[in-house]
Design a protein around this ligand. Structure first.
Ligand SMILES: Cc1ncc(COP(=O)(O)O)c(C=O)c1O
Length: 415
């Protein structure tokens, strides 16, 4: 009597949300039964046998962690696993710790994605920012993340990539920021190994970016997902963050331990906020802690323990530095091998950008049609934007990948 009809489902109005492209490529690659298939899609490190690589330092540290009779599974403080937090700070800020340590506010997060999410929630609320400036292009998840975490903040794009020269559009970037950015806007900067282009500003260009941020009173927010993984040198990869911190900016850093420790599934990360006065640190920390409480209460501890074990033991730390060299050198070697092979084949076009770029990814310059043909005809998988994960290359497949690119580029030229 008078009761409402029961709908068949209260979720029936939902459309299928498109799957994330990187994960779609992983699924399609897994379904492909061709023996010569190559995955250049996912942003994960692979060894020369195309296998996941557990870093020797991580393997050893994990054994020590699980064998430690004093380890328990208690909740950690809301700011994170206590010994992990200063080590994470030290990795990011290095020698600046001496002057900054009482002005850095940190909470452990659910890896780099969680740190990005927290930064978006926290900065948008606390700074009442109206806009966030994001590079065009950027890691695809940045857009979704700011959409979900801070829908009231308008996402604005600054120019970053010149498709004609496959290089940084530095003038375009500076001009956009100079003419359109407003005081109080947030600017999202990739600390190193820009995803997806693999193109970073030079130290001189970083200084000019810092000048614009100062002039326009922008709040710098660094996404640091590849420290040590990019160049093999932790200090070099933290250059931009430290430059800004040294110049006295208040800033935020989203730090991921996924790539540089190969701890993808453990979800280890941290969000750091540098404040200009030490008195501001405690209240800032309390607001961050409140957010943690309201979202996940305390962060997972196992991965943080592994990182702590490595960073606080000098021989394990040394091993980790060597592991970083193994990964970054292999990526550099594969860039060179792909470039050399394309040159040897005389593949039309200029391919220098492949060796000039840095880190996990190369923005190859291949277009969406060429990428589709590589997948359908050659069983080689990469993002439609032409982003290739260099980690998917190895000494057994690089010649075949170059030959496939050569065939596709030539076929298009003849059509
Ligand atoms: C630019 C950038 N930021 C953040 C992340 C976050 O990674 P995770 O959540 O695995 O730490 C990634 C991962 O690919 C990335 O490329």
């Amino acid at each position: 009597m008078g009761s409402l009809p029961i709908p068949d489902s209260q979720f029936a109005h939902l459309d299928q949300f498109p799957m994330d492209e990187a994960f779609m490529i992983m699924r399609d690659f897994a379904l492909d039964t061709h023996p010569g298939k190559v995955s250049l899609g996912a942003g994960v490190y692979r060894d020369n046998d195309a296998k996941p690589w557990v870093l020797p330092s991580v393997r050893k540290a994990e054994q020590l962690v699980v064998q430690d009779p004093n380890i328990d599974h208690e909740y950690q403080p809301m700011s994170g696993h206590p010994p992990f937090v200063p080590l994470a700070q030290e990795l990011t800020f290095g020698p600046l710790m001496a002057s900054l340590s009482n002005r850095i506010v940190t909470c452990q997060t659910i890896s780099g994605t969680g740190a990005n999410h927290f930064a978006a929630v926290f900065l948008s609320q606390v700074l009442s920012a109206k806009r966030v400036w994001i590079s065009n292009p950027t890691w695809g998840n940045h857009h979704l993340l700011w959409d979900i975490s801070a829908p009231q903040v308008k996402q604005q794009l600054y120019s970053y990539y010149n498709a004609k020269t496959c290089s940084l559009d530095f003038d375009g970037m500076i001009q956009t920021l100079d003419t359109e950015a407003q005081p109080g806007d947030i600017i999202l900067l990739h600390a190193c190994a820009h995803n997806p282009t693999g193109i970073d500003p030079t130290p001189e260009q970083w200084k000019i970016i810092a000048d614009v941020c100062e002039r326009k009173r922008l709040f710098p927010f660094f996404d640091s997902a590849y420290q040590g993984f990019a160049s093999g040198d932790l200090d070099q990869d933290a250059y931009a963050i430290r430059l800004f911190a040294e110049r006295g900016f208040e800033l935020a850093v989203a730090q991921s331990f996924s790539k540089n420790f190969g701890l993808y599934g453990q979800r280890v990360g941290a969000l750091h906020i540098v404040v200009s006065r030490s008195e501001v640190a405690a209240p800032t920390q309390s607001h961050l802690t409140k957010l943690v409480r309201g979202e996940f209460s305390t962060a997972p501890v196992h991965g943080a323990r592994i990182v702590t074990q490595i960073l606080s033991d000098s021989s394990l730390r040394k091993q980790w530095y060597a592991d970083l060299q193994v990964m970054s050198s292999r990526l550099k070697d594969m860039r060179r091998a792909l470039y050399d092979e394309l040159r040897r084949l005389g593949t039309p076009g200029s391919w220098e950008h492949i060796v000039d770029q840095i880190g996990m990814f190369s923005y190859t310059g291949l277009n969406a049609k060429q990428v589709a043909r590589l997948r359908d005809e050659q069983h080689i998988y990469m993002m439609a934007s032409g982003r290739a994960s260099i980690a998917g290359l190895n000494t057994s497949n690089v010649a075949a990948v170059a030959a496939a690119i050569d065939a596709i580029v030539r076929a298009e030229q003849q059509a």
